[in-house]
Every structure is written in structure tokens, then in C-alpha cells.
Ligand binder design. Structure first.
Ligand code: CTP
Ligand code: MG
Length: 220
């Protein structure tokens, strides 16, 4: 008797849960860019992989500059009218050249590798995209340091958001202006969001490693 009553109460909910479960699975499969039946997790992994692939020539220059940088500063020690350095001792010719060089070399390796990856899986780089990604990353870093000095922040002082996204801004602006077609077809909304989410996480992780290994003075 009690069981029957309980069943009567639960039954409509059970139906509702079943329906929700089915709808969720359906939406997961429908939302997949890879087509019906491919789970969302594969879709997300593909987007993340693409974001890394696109950004790799831009991610490499900063850690390489930190590793081998030093010597003559890009601003040659000059100061602005505010009495502060134009860029500071953290921006050197050696860091710039080695960082951009390493980013381009990484990209050249990707150009070589992408020939053996099934077409349509990864967004292909071009020689121009590789060069602009690597150069843009460190130009963004230089521009950031210029404004960082103007607002009175010392070399190495943290400037949240700008410190993390300077390379993305530089790489995107150069590609948008000088490589518009490639940039607009490559930069889907999903990839763009993945880059925005991944960059600060990778930036922090690499800087903590740099700090622990003595390459960087600060863990940011
Ligand atoms: N570096 C370099 N040349 C560059 C960029 C970086 O030599 N163009 C080296 C410097 O030794 C620098 C280190 O990499 O100290 C870390 O880079 P970054 O964090 O960008 O510089 P900061 O020292 O923090 O300077 P800023 O406050 O201007 O960002
Ligand atoms: Mg810094």
C-alpha cells in the first residue's frame, strides 16, 4: 500500500529525470563540432589542442627570452620625460632576438609536422602566421613594458592581466592587420575563448617553474 503511494509520487519525477538525461546526452552530441555521437569532452579537447597549436609560436618567445636574455637593453638605458626608463632593463636585444628566433623555429617545426596530420584536425599555420605570432608576442611585451613604466611600475613588478595577455594582444594584432584572412578563419569563438582561458594558466605555470629553477626573480 505504502509502496504504491510512494511509486505514484516518484513516477513523474523518474520520467522527468530520464527525459533530462536523454536531453543532456543529445545536446552534448549535437553541440559537438565533430558531428553526431562524438562526446563533448572530445570536442573540448580538440579546441584546446587547436588553441595550443595556434599559440605555440607565441608562447615560446617569453620563456626563451627569460632564459637567455640580458645585455644591452632595447631602450639603450634612455629615460622618458617622466624620469623613468622607456622600457627598463627587463627588455633586451638578446632576449628579443632569441625569443623571436625560438618562436619562429618552433613554428617551422609545426609547419613540417602539420603535413603529416590528417587534414581538418588542426588549423594549419603558414610561414607568415608563425613569424607574426612570434614577433607579435614579444612586441606586445615591449609595448606593455612601455606603459608599465609610464604608470610608475618598476621592472619585474606585477601588473595583472597586462602581464598575462600582452603576448596574446601583440600576436593577435599583428595577425589581424598583416594576415587578416588567416586570422579570421582560424580564430573561431571556441578557440578564442580557449586561448583566453589557457594563457594565464600556462603563463603562471611557466613563471613558477622559471622562479623555482632560478631563471626568473619573481614567480609571475
Ligand atoms: N627578457 C629580455 N628581453 C625581452 C623580454 C624579456 O631579456 N625582450 C628577459 C629579462 O631578463 C626579463 C625576463 O626575461 O627580466 C622576464 O621577462 P618579463 O617578465 O617580460 O620582464 P620583467 O623583468 O618582468 O620586466 P617588465 O616589468 O618590464 O615586464
Ligand atoms: Mg614580468
Amino acid at each position: 500500500m505504502r509502496t504504491d503511494a510512494a511509486d505514484e509520487v516518484i513516477a513523474p519525477f523518474q520520467h522527468l529525470f530520464n527525459r533530462c538525461g536523454t536531453l543532456f546526452l543529445q545536446s552534448v552530441c549535437e553541440r559537438s563540432a565533430l558531428g553526431d555521437g562524438v562526446p563533448l569532452v572530445v570536442d573540448i579537447a580538440t579546441i584546446v589542442l587547436n588553441a595550443l597549436w595556434i599559440m605555440l609560436p607565441a608562447y615560446i618567445p617569453n620563456p626563451v627570452a627569460a632564459l637567455v636574455g640580458g645585455g644591452m637593453p632595447v631602450d639603450l638605458g634612455r629615460r622618458c620625460r617622466d624620469g623613468r626608463r622607456v622600457l627598463g632593463d627587463g627588455k633586451t636585444f638578446r632576449g628579443l632576438a632569441a625569443g623571436i628566433g625560438a618562436g619562429i623555429l618552433t613554428g617551422l617545426l609545426q609547419l613540417h609536422l602539420q603535413n603529416s596530420i590528417p587534414p581538418g584536425f588542426l588549423y594549419p599555420h603558414t610561414l607568415l602566421s608563425v613569424m607574426l605570432m612570434a614577433t607579435g608576442a614579444l612586441l606586445g611585451d615591449l609595448v606593455k613594458s612601455f606603459f608599465k613604466r609610464r604608470i610608475g611600475k618598476e621592472r619585474g613588478e606585477a601588473w595583472p592581466i597586462a602581464d598575462q595577455y600582452d603576448l596574446v594582444a601583440g600576436a593577435f594584432v599583428l595577425n589581424l592587420v598583416l594576415n587578416t584572412g588567416w586570422f579570421l578563419t582560424t580564430m573561431t569563438t571556441g578557440t578564442f575563448i580557449a586561448i583566453l582561458l589557457l594563457t594565464p594558466v600556462l603563463h603562471r605555470a611557466v613563471n613558477i617553474i622559471g622562479y623555482l629553477t632560478g631563471v626568473k626573480d619573481v614567480p609571475w
